[in-house]
Structures are given as structure tokens and as C-alpha cells.
Design a protein around this ligand. Sequence first.
Ligand code: SAM
Length: 315
Amino acid sequence: MWDRLRKNDQRFGILDNDGRIIPLTSYAAADLPPLSKPLTAVGRFMVRNSPFARILAHRVGKEEVTFYSLLGQPEGAGIGRVLDRRFLKTGGPPLNWRRNKVVQFVRESLSESLDRGTSQITFWDIGSGAGFDSLDVARQLCRLESLGHSLPSYRLINVDVDKVWLRHNEELACALLPKNAQARFRRRNASIFDYLDSARFRDDLSQTEDLIITCNGFADFFALDELRRLLAGIQQATLLASGHVRMVFPMALKNPWQQMLSALVGFDYRARSRRVFEDLLAECIAGMAVSAEVRHSQVVFVLRRTPLSRAGIAP
Ligand SMILES: C[S@@+](CC[C@H](N)C(=O)[O-])C[C@H]1O[C@@H](n2cnc3c(N)ncnc32)[C@H](O)[C@@H]1O
């Protein structure tokens, strides 16, 4: 999916199987929502001139930020293009590195489950946006099926507060996947906190054997109490799975230059020390082995649980 991402005339799109572009959202100034907070004169200048700064300011924590960063092609004219290149040079490597780590995590987790011969897989993408990762899982499984492999039963759960992106996920699934794979999706348009409190959460996760969880790109904006609530909910979900559980959890570490540029345009993510995240994970998640990789002032945690290490954890 990620290789199919394109932009043209200030609109993102996805290349379909016939070489046509499926349009996604526009990032033209006139199509963006109002700023989330007032900016300084310098911030306003940057947002007016650099398209990436404008996306960061108007679409805080949304897919457009990831997409523009992944495509990495500066736009704007004159000083605007210079600024855009500067913003991409600062924001691109951390965002792209952690995104690629998620892609790698999903592919590895899926092939581990398939190699083990698991009979059921639930892929749960929290803050899924357009849900490219679930589309990738479905595409890989469809490819295996077309090669004659028998597949485990599987379910793809995308939770997002933004219904625009869930709708795009549905459109992309319809355009790129056969009907039987389209039926595997469950799209939940809710804040993760409302979802965790709803009856749907238990229903969606019931009868899960292997559980693969991705959680990328939104929790960086959470206060510590919200992170605790999120992780406590994930802990409950892991207890509903009878088999292996894998989770990827990238977060931002402190970096004065990255934080200063982001703050100028109102992209107010919360950077913390690695230790804070390790303590939170130790406090909220039981029975999972935690590993971490650090680069570009980002930390990507991977949590793993085997059915054996689940034994003895109170529900
Ligand atoms: C930057 S996008 C990342 C999308 C995708 N996970 C990725 O890695 O490319 C973050 C997504 O999280 C969603 N989001 C933000 N707060 C959320 C919340 N409280 N509950 C569920 N989704 C949320 C946003 O609407 C957005 O689509």
C-alpha cells in the first residue's frame, strides 16, 4: 500500500491495480480546517509559505502529515520551498523511520503467525487513519490464498475518531480487494477511549487466537493519564487472546530542535524520556516481553507475549 501513495495537485491518492489514482484528501490551503490554536507571526509565515508546515498546523496528528513526509518532495516557491525542505529534513526522518518500523513489524508478525499455523488472527489498528496496514495484511493473505495456501480465519479492526479516513479505508478495500477479504474489516468510528468502554470492544476481540496490535501516530499527543488508560485497555485486550500477542508502540523522545519547529506551527506532540515510557509499560502491561529500538529521537517498542507467558495473569 505504502508504495502506491502518490500526490498530485495538492491531493493525495493511491494507485489502483489498473494504474488509475484513487483520490484521497486535498491539502490545498482552502480545503484545510481552521488552525487548532493561534500562532506567532513567525509560525504564521511558515504556515503560509511551506505546504508541510501548513499540513502540520492544520492537520495535527493526521494521515496527511505522514503521507507528505513519506513522499518527501518539497513544494512551494522561493523561500517557501526552502522552508518546506527544512521542515521535511527535520520531520521526515523520524516520521518515516517509525512508519517503516511499523510496516516491518506487521509483515514479521503476520508471517510468524502463519508459520506457526495459527487458526485465527486478529489485526487491531488503533488510530488507523486510512488503515493501510490492515489493507496490506489483507493483500498479503489474498496473495497467499491465490497461490493455493489455506488461510487462518482473520479479522481486521480499524478504530479511528476520524470518519473521513475510515471511509477512505472502505473505498480502498473495495477497489483493491476481493469481496471475501472486504468482509473481514470492522471499522469503528470512535475515540479509542469510548471504544474500550463499549460492548463492541469485547465482541470484536472475542475468539481471538493471535493478536497483532499497531498503535502509531496519535498517542504522542496524549497526557500521561490518557496513555495509562490506553495501555490498560490494551492489557484487557491481550487477555482476550488465547495465542500469541504482538504490539508495536512508537513514541517521540525529547529533541529540542524537532520540538521547537513543531511548536512554532502548533504541532504540539509530547516528547518524553524513554524511561517514562518503560515505566508506563511496566505499570500497565503484564506478561509481555518488551524490546525497544531508538533512532531520530523516536523509540519503537515491540511487545511480545506467548500463550505460556499469559498463564497466571489475572483477567
Ligand atoms: C497520524 S495518523 C496515523 C495513522 C496510522 N496509524 C499510521 O501509522 O499511519 C493518527 C490517527 O489517529 C487518529 N486518532 C487520534 N486520536 C484518536 C483517538 N483518541 N482514538 C482513535 N483514533 C485517534 C487520527 O484521527 C488519525 O487518523
